[in-house]
Design a protein around this ligand. Structure first.
Ligand SMILES: *[C@@H]1O[C@H](CO)[C@@H](O)[C@H](O)[C@H]1NC(C)=O
Length: 332
């Protein structure tokens, strides 16, 4: 018995089976290669994930929204308008007030569709197991891409009108969303990372673990707390994950915040205020994220704009601006 057990152990040591999980409708998510530090993710079909997609649109149905999935096109979806997917991060869920705020401001100001993405179950973002949530950004991103791809294939939508904005781990959900769709010929127009989560992602040298420039035609990043997470090491520069990378107040210690958690969360509040209000105009462009404002110089009329109004029509780069402690935070 001991010998049998021994040989089983030796065999399993010699031929290590990659840790991972096969998710129905998506395929394998292995914990190897770039994902060696990531535990097994939760599959979209697992009820503990509490994955949900709710469509709101200027064309109506917005009291409750319309819940849908990868097999349905909600009746309020207008394929000729832009669609904004909004994704929360760790220890949050579909009821987060800032997601409703983004949706309400979007529909009040534009003809648009808005998909609120929830993954706040105990097998999703509402767990103390940060690593599991971080890994589950892969499966939520992939499933969200399938949902978007169905809106294109069966709803008449257009990848060029698709935009995903996510906070913290939600930024990486958007990253995997965009990369999954891009690999299937439907690269979305835009992904916005609202202070993308650093732990597990930033120290990894392979950028395909999370949000990066390959995830959409245009990737813009709002950095509000980079000194506490979005850098591999405290002495190293913040990562440049997007085409346009905004560093309000040098990207850390936001006005009115004393805690890192406040600076981290205010990224989504800046985004809320930016919807329909083009007032987060950058003042300087910079060359080194660990030398702010030292490496910056005025960019005049060529400055990018942080938040919803960011546009690929301004140059790629690192931008610096200032905000104030009270909403709408921007100073014009
Ligand atoms: C990065 O990770 C991805 C996913 O594991 C892998 O396909 C790719 O080959 C890796 N790239 C490099 C340069 O190691």
């Amino acid at each position: 018995m001991v010998q049998v057990l021994g040989s089983v152990l030796i065999v399993s040591l010699i031929v290590p089976e990659a840790l991972g999980i096969t998710c129905p409708g998506l395929g394998d998510f292995n914990s190897d290669g770039a994902f060696v530090d990531f535990p097994e993710p939760t599959c979209p079909g697992d009820p503990n994930l509490e994955l949900s997609y709710t469509m709101y649109s200027t064309s109506g149905g917005n009291d409750q929204g319309i819940v849908f999935d990868r097999n349905s096109v909600p009746s309020n979806f207008n394929p000729s308008w832009k669609t904004l997917f909004v994704v929360h991060g760790w220890n949050s869920n579909a009821d987060a007030g800032w997601m409703a705020d983004i949706k309400n401001r979007l529909l009040a100001n534009f003809d648009a569709n808005c998909v609120v993405v929830g993954w706040g179950g105990p097998g999703g973002s509402e767990t103390i197991q940060y690593g599991e949530s971080a890994s589950t950004t892969r499966t939520v991103g992939a499933e969200s891409a399938e949902v978007m791809m169905n809106l294109i294939t069966n709803g008449g939508g257009d990848a060029g009108l698709m935009h995903c904005t996510g906070h913290s781990l939600g930024a990486h959900v958007c990253g995997h969303f965009g990369r999954w769709a891009a690999a299937r010929g439907m690269k979305p127009d835009r992904c916005t990372g609202m202070d993308p989560a650093g732990p597990l992602f930033a120290p990894n040298s392979n950028r395909s673990v999370g949000l990066y420039t390959d995830c959409a035609q245009f990737v813009d990043i709002i950095n509000t707390d980079w000194t506490s997470g979005s850098t591999p090491h405290p002495d190293e520069p913040a990562l440049v994950l997007g085409h346009q990378n905004y560093f309000p107040n040098d990207g850390h210690d936001q006005p009115g915040c004393t805690l890192d958690s406040c600076s981290h969360s205010i990224a989504h509040d800046y985004f809320v205020e930016s919807v329909g209000n083009d007032c987060f105009v950058a003042r300087e462009s910079c060359s080194a994220t660990n030398d702010l404002p030292g490496s910056c110089s005025p960019c005049g009329h060529d400055c990018g704009q942080m938040g919803y109004g960011a546009s690929r029509n301004t140059a790629d780069g690192i931008y610096r601006l200032e905000t104030v402690a009270d909403a709408p935070y921007c100073i014009g």
